[in-house]
Design a protein around this ligand. Structure first.
Ligand code: DAH
Length: 347
């Protein structure tokens, strides 16, 4: 067979060739492209033809070589993945355990919120929530804030929309949920209201533009300050351990009368004096008081018939005492090294 005839035959073979496996591609390479393969062989033969034939055949032979190489280049990667995976699947041990899911850890604020909620649930408190975008009425006016109260100042509140007589803002405390709760029905009310609140503050280790609170409300006939003290005393024993002391200091909030702030004996030094309690032995954990009759009236509750108490605490503050996390920014930075230190969520 002449070189030309061979080239014609192989060209047809290559053009009709459709590989079905990596092995067939490899066989192709061994047949055409290796040192002892067909392409090299044809070039060897080519050396022996007359110079007249060389002129005619040279171009054809080179084109054949290019075709043979191009077909290989096109097909050599075609089966690599599937060929490998089919090989793998034969070798896979199906009894091996799967890769598994990495279960996250609960955020420390969620852990503490959960703990607080559980304690109050056992006392018959339900959990209620309200909107984070709140109007002036629920955040301030109904809660007995005087018109010119500094808390309404632009510096503290993130206003969303200034509206004639009823601004829209991000709530500055969860006390707004008290009002929504009382407006929603008739006493008795016994609820705790966890949620995020916002204040226009520069972010630092000790202040943040958002944080979390838990509000408490108990309204019924004949509720007294003794009930307030007993409830909060019980709460502290449950959360911080038996023997934790409490004390109430007179204070002022527009929505309670009388108002108080509650301190507990320092959980770190047990009252001996340390950095956390600024060497006083006491740390403040919440504000509380008897709901001001004006607030009841504003919320359409008969203030002659019903009395009640309310309290509000910062979850960050409690978490700070429980875990000694002193920089508030850690709570929202989502640094995995920080978060991983806390309890693994159980599903
Ligand atoms: N709303 C208050 C604050 O953000 C906390 C508070 C104080 C809530 C006394 C109350 C309360 O319900 O009775 O600082």
């Amino acid at each position: 067979m002449s070189i030309q005839e061979k080239i014609n035959q192989y060209t047809e073979e290559i053009n009709n060739w459709t590989p079905h496996s990596q092995q067939e591609v490899e066989n192709y390479r061994l047949k055409f492209l290796v040192a002892k393969g067909i392409v090299k062989g044809l070039f060897e033969e080519f050396k022996n033809v007359s110079s007249e034939e060389k002129r005619l055949l040279g171009k054809v032979l080179n084109e054949f070589k290019q075709l043979a190489e191009a077909r290989y280049a096109e097909t050599k990667d075609l089966f690599e993945v599937s060929a490998d995976s089919s090989k793998d699947s034969k070798e896979q041990d199906l009894t091996l355990p799967g890769p598994g899911f990495e279960i996250g850890t609960r955020h420390p604020l969620s852990l503490v919120r959960k703990e607080i909620v559980e304690i109050f649930k056992k006392l018959g408190f339900i959990v209620a929530e309200g909107p984070e975008i709140e109007d002036d009425w629920h955040n301030f006016t109904a809660l007995n804030f005087p018109e010119e109260h500094p808390a309404r100042d632009m510096q503290d509140t993130f206003f969303i929309r200034k509206q004639e007589g009823n601004d829209i803002a991000l709530r500055t405390h969860t006390s707004s949920v008290q009002v929504r709760m009382m407006e929603s029905g008739t006493p008795p009310f016994r609820a705790i209201m966890p949620g995020r609140v916002y204040r226009n503050e520069a972010i630092s280790a000790r202040a943040h533009c958002f944080f979390h609170q838990i509000e408490g409300l108990y309204i019924d006939e004949g509720v007294s300050f003794a009930d307030l003290k007993q409830t909060l005393y019980h709460f502290v024993q449950e959360l911080f351990g038996e023997g934790t002391k409490v004390r109430f200091r007179p204070s002022y909030f527009p929505f309670t009368e009388p108002s108080a702030e509650m301190d507990i004996s320092c959980t770190i030094c047990k009252g001996a004096g340390c950095n956390m309690c600024k060497y006083t032995g006491w740390v403040e954990i919440l504000g509380c008081g008897m709901v001001d009759p004006n607030v009841l009236t504003n919320s359409k509750i008969d203030a002659k018939k019903y009395t009640g108490f309310a309290f509000g605490m910062g979850i960050e503050r409690i978490t700070n005492l429980k875990y000694e996390i002193k920089d508030l920014r850690l709570f929202s930075e989502n640094d995995i090294r920080f978060l991983r230190q806390f309890e693994t969520e159980t599903i």
